[in-house]
Ligand binder design. Sequence first.
Ligand code: R2B
Ligand code: URA
Length: 307
Amino acid sequence: VWRRYLGAACPKNGDGSLRLLNENLTKLDSDVIYHLGFDTFHYDLSAMFGDVKFVCMGGTKQRMKEFAKHMAKELDVKNYQLTNLTKHSHRYAMYKVGPVLSVNHGIGIPSMTILLQEILKLLYYAKAKDPIIFRIGTSGGLKIPPGSVVISSWGLNGTLEKTYNIPVLGTLRKIPSIFDKRLSQELQSLISDADGFETLIGGTMAADDFYRGQARLDGPFCDYTEQDKIAFLHKLADMGVRNIEMEATAFAAYTNEAGVRAADVCVTLLDRLKGDQVKPDKATLLQWQERPMKVVGRYIAKYYGNN
Ligand code: R2B
Ligand code: URA
């Protein structure tokens, strides 16, 4: 039993700040943003984060620290500190460089959506103007050379619907998972042959598992054949899926619902039609993970000040 998603995307205020439609929030004396280690009583969130224009999320703490450094260089920000702003919570790591918040979200939809929802509340309390949220990540590619970058046009869930499905009060909600087309195209247009990697726009499957959920043969459990796996991956490719990761559906759904522009930019670490194991050496993996940073960094450097 499921109900179609009924909510409408939140409109923004005239000044571009977020308008969250949950009236319960207005009744709180202090809102505890638990996993980020902030609350609205002890912290002046608008003084701390009111100037945020871009949020970039990604899986690991290390990568998001690297992204913060990358943005300091790109935007020529001199006075910044690489302090983890969420350190009291010990759950995530968040860095701020000028107008950019760089924060990790861990692996998978539940970890990512907790972070994302708290970031949306943070931006709301901070009255940040027209913030854009990016995700930079890794993924498995379908029929494209490893090291390619995929900008997601939509997210596809494990039962092949373009929705993020979440049970709410015992009933399954299905929230559409379509990304901002113009933003994806703008990002893609910033990369050329000289960058040495391909950047495509395409569908992204978000699985709730790395192994069976992504048709791998090398997990502890496998109850289908290699032919079944290959047939499934071809089916995905025929639907327009270019890569598989673990967050795209929910990321598109919640940013849409909040009325915030967003893009998911992932490098592929392997071609899943050729294998399951992630084999490139450490140096190659690190170098490839800089690619989504380059794409998003270039956008921010170009549009900062006039978005
Ligand atoms: C890509 O990589 C992670 C799993 O290895 C997951 O967070 C994702 O989406
Ligand atoms: N992340 C995933 O979720 N899948 C892959 O194959 C590689 C990275």
